[in-house]
Design a protein around this ligand. Sequence first.
Ligand SMILES: Nc1nc2c(ncn2[C@@H]2O[C@H](COP(=O)(O)OP(=O)(O)OP(=O)(O)O)[C@@H](O)[C@H]2O)c(=O)[nH]1
Ligand SMILES: [Zn+2]
Length: 177
Amino acid sequence: MREILIAVGEDPDRDGLVRTPARVARAYAELFAGLRVDPAKVLTTAFEANHEELVLVRDIEVMSLCEHHLLPFRGVAHIGYIPGEHGRITGLSKLARLVEVFARRPQVQERLTAQIADLLMEKLDPRGVIAVLECEHMCMAMRGIQKAGSRTVTSAVRGLFQCDAKSRAEAMSLIIG
Ligand SMILES: Nc1nc2c(ncn2[C@@H]2O[C@H](COP(=O)(O)OP(=O)(O)OP(=O)(O)O)[C@@H](O)[C@H]2O)c(=O)[nH]1
Ligand SMILES: [Zn+2]
């Protein structure tokens, strides 16, 4: 970070900047803390509830950093699943925790979306999962093409939602609100 400050023409020894490299190191440790967390451990709480229909949590806050520029992208995630045969469900907060673990890594939005869907499929064994993310990327807003306000929508559908157009359409209509 000291080298970067020198490269952009700053004096890394001036008052306001002298502790910046250490601060940035601490900030990055926090922003990338998801690299040191096993996402499977987030879903350890699951219970049988005999609920075999859609569970959908909308508007989960997403804040991540794109791996190309290490600039933030932020927006919301909508995550839904249809429990498996025994109606195995997880705590609602666990869906948000899952977003958090994968978001706190250098990311691309597509992979973040897929990782959330894949882990839910693997750990909950549901009939289907749908994950939709809508984010604005600062690397497109603050620099480069400089188009603030554009939102990127990515989806990952697994299991039943892949082959059953009616279930997918129903989930999508609830996601769009
Ligand atoms: N698919 C995808 N692309 C992303 C994501 N975040 C950033 N990008 C893109 O990654 C690309 C990197 O392109 P490069 O040409 O290597 O880098 P660049 O010269 O800085 O590109 P510009 O942003 O076009 O100036 C850019 O088009 C970004 O918009 C993401 O989550 N998913
Ligand atoms: Zn970027």
